[in-house]
Design a protein around this ligand. Structure first.
Ligand SMILES: [Cu+2]
Length: 161
C-alpha cells in the first residue's frame, strides 16, 4: 500500500481499488482508471499528431509544403516552390518569403533568393546552387501579422554541372 501511494498520478485509482470494498467504491475506482486511460490516450494522440506534422510544419497553425525543382537537380538555378496553409487548409496569402541556400563547408558562403506569391498561398523563387553536393535550403517566412517561421529543406546530392 505504501509503495502505491508513491506512484503519482495512478496512486489515486490504485488505492481506490485496493482500499474500497463497497460497490460504490469499486465504481469510483473504475471511473478513476477509465479517466486515467482516457487522459493517457489523449496525450498519446496529440503527440503522434505533432510528430506527423513535423516534417512539413514550423508552427502549429501553419502547414508548409515545399518542393525544389527541377528533378534531378544540377548545379545552377533551382526553383523553390512553397504552399502555405492554415490548419484548416485555407491558403495563407501576403507572406514575405526569402530563401537561403547553405552547404556548410569551409570557404563557401550562403546564397540568397526571394520568393514571390504566384497564386493564393503559393510562393515561388529561384536560388543559384553554385556547385554540386548537399545543400540545405532555409526558407524564412514572415506572415502578414508579423509572425516569423522557418522551414528547412534538405537538398542532397545536387549533381555537378
Ligand atoms: Cu559548396
Amino acid at each position: 500500500m505504501k509503495l502505491l501511494l508513491f506512484l503519482p498520478p495512478l496512486d489515486e485509482s490504485l488505492t481506490a481499488i485496493v482500499g474500497m470494498r463497497s460497490r460504490r467504491g469499486e465504481k469510483r475506482a473504475r471511473f478513476y482508471l477509465l479517466r486515467q486511460t482516457v487522459l493517457i490516450l489523449a496525450t498519446t494522440v496529440v503527440c503522434l499528431m505533432a510528430g506527423c506534422r513535423k516534417p512539413v510544419t514550423s508552427s502549429a497553425a501553419v502547414v508548409i509544403k515545399s518542393e525544389v525543382m527541377p528533378k534531378p537537380l544540377r548545379a545552377g538555378p533551382a526553383t523553390v516552390a512553397l504552399q502555405l496553409e492554415d490548419s484548416s487548409g485555407k491558403p495563407i496569402s501576403g507572406a514575405h518569403v526569402t530563401l537561403e541556400g547553405d552547404m556548410f563547408h569551409a570557404g563557401m558562403g550562403p546564397v540568397f533568393g526571394e520568393a514571390r506569391e504566384i497564386g493564393s498561398g503559393r510562393y515561388q523563387g529561384d536560388l543559384q546552387l553554385t556547385m554540386g553536393g548537399d545543400w540545405v535550403v532555409l526558407v524564412h517566412i514572415v506572415l502578414q501579422d508579423g509572425q516569423k517561421l522557418e522551414h528547412q529543406i534538405n537538398v542532397n546530392g545536387v549533381l555537378p554541372n
